[in-house]
Ligand binder design. Structure first.
Ligand SMILES: Nc1ncnc2c1ncn2[C@@H]1O[C@H](COP(=O)(O)OP(=O)(O)O)[C@@H](O)[C@H]1O
Ligand SMILES: [Mg+2]
Length: 361
């Protein structure tokens, strides 16, 4: 298990020695010799800090409290030359994970470090599980509510749409001069009704429990269909759509639902890049999964948005529903797969859909 370790120690020889040992174990190490530098180096990065009790610009116990405040989920191991009951008690109050007396045997140090890393990872996992449970709960509540609401809205909206086409037909029978000023607002209303229908469709799809029809599926033909469907969109929006996949690897899935997944991700990418942008679809069949990447050269995703992307109603678009990614997430996880977002090789976002391989027949 590799971890990010901060060494705060002013004994250069000791630092070099430890760095070599830790790096040899596959850890990433940052070494600093003062409290000030330690706080800078630690922020948002550190998982375990090894801190000397006596530092040139302060004491390790105070630093421990600060580090734990500033980077939650990190643990501090305090190293000291002279053990005393007072300093040990203070260390406990500061919430340090362990207290070691120098010179300490390397195996002891490594064992303590290992325990601290395990603890940090367990905490992180617990937090992530909690977050996922929260999202799932929100999804369920939203589902029941929107299902009811959407049905209520759909009927009057259909009626309004029908009456609007009646109106449009009548207007088109009028003389050209009278027609034109009437048609413009009519078109606007029609577009808005279409938009509402789309949102409603998203809502309903989101609320309905997914019924998957799983069949052996090659990603190639599926993605070809998606491309055929969405190609004109790309042209209209002046987006260069590149596809790079051969027909390898098979998965088990529901073709209609998976099509929806890739449409959602591609449409988002089109939104992100705008006219003149580039979107690339590629498939990686190495390893135990079939991974489909959707890369774009848009503005990317700000790090603070990354954990929220899959939450229902999270959107940064004025006309977005914020349901595309939660729907995508629901479909993919029901396939036993995973969808992830990051910033990718084209400079914009990368969304990856990993689907398990179909069992060999
Ligand atoms: N390719 C992308 N590049 C940058 N941001 C993205 C991309 N795809 C999705 N996002 C972000 O995720 C948000 C949620 O997406 P989604 O759930 O599909 O809802 P919507 O498209 O209605 O906003 C978007 O508003 C956008 O901020
Ligand atoms: Mg979307």
């Amino acid at each position: 298990m590799s971890a990010r370790i901060l060494l705060v120690e002013d004994n250069q020889a000791f630092v070099e020695n430890l760095t070599e040992i830790f790096e040899g174990q596959g850890h990433q190490v940052r070494a600093v010799s003062t409290c000030t530098k330690a706080r800078e180096a630690a922020l948002g990065w550190v998982q375990v800090a090894l801190v000397d009790l006596k530092l040139p610009d302060g004491d390790g116990t105070t630093l421990a409290t600060q580090l734990k405040d500033e980077t939650p989920d990190c643990e501090v191991i305090l190293l000291t030359g002279h053990a005393s009951v007072e300093s040990a008690a203070e260390a406990v109050r500061a919430g340090v994970w362990a207290y070691l007396v120098k010179p300490c045997a390397v195996p002891d140090l490594l064992a303590t470090l290992d325990k601290a890393i395990r603890h940090v990872n367990a905490q992180l996992e617990k937090r992530e599980l909690g977050r996922r449970a929260q999202v799932a709960e929100k999804l369920a509540a939203v589902g029941t509510l929107t299902a009811g609401l959407s049905h209520e809205i759909r009927n009057p909206l259909n009626a309004a749409g029908l009456q609007l086409s009646v109106l449009e037909r009548r207007v088109r029978r009028l003389e050209a001069g009278v027609q034109e000023p009437l048609l413009e607002p009519l078109t606007l209303v029609r577009d808005e009704i279409r938009r509402l229908e789309h949102i409603l469709q998203d809502f309903l799809q989101f609320a309905r429990p997914l019924q998957l029809t799983m069949k052996p599926l090659a990603p190639g033909p599926l993605l070809q269909k998606v491309l055929a469907f969405i190609g004109t969109d790309a042209e209209r929006r002046d987006v260069t759509l590149e596809a790079d996949f051969s027909d390898a690897g098979a998965t088990l899935g529901d073709a209609d639902q998976l099509r929806q997944v890739f449409m959602n991700l591609l449409l988002n990418a089109f939104d992100a890049v705008g006219a003149g942008g580039r979107v690339r679809l590629s498939v990686d069949t190495s390893g135990d999964a079939v991974s489909v990447h959707i890369d774009d050269d848009g503005k990317g995703i700000p790090p603070e948005h990354l954990p929220r992307l899959f939450e229902p109603f999270f959107t940064t678009k004025t006309k977005g529903s914020g349901l595309g990614l939660p729907i995508t997430h629901a479909i993919v996880t029901q396939h036993g797969g995973a969808v992830t977002a990051s910033n990718g090789p084209l400079g914009g976002a990368r969304f990856t859909v990993r689907l398990p391989r179909a069992p060999k027949a």
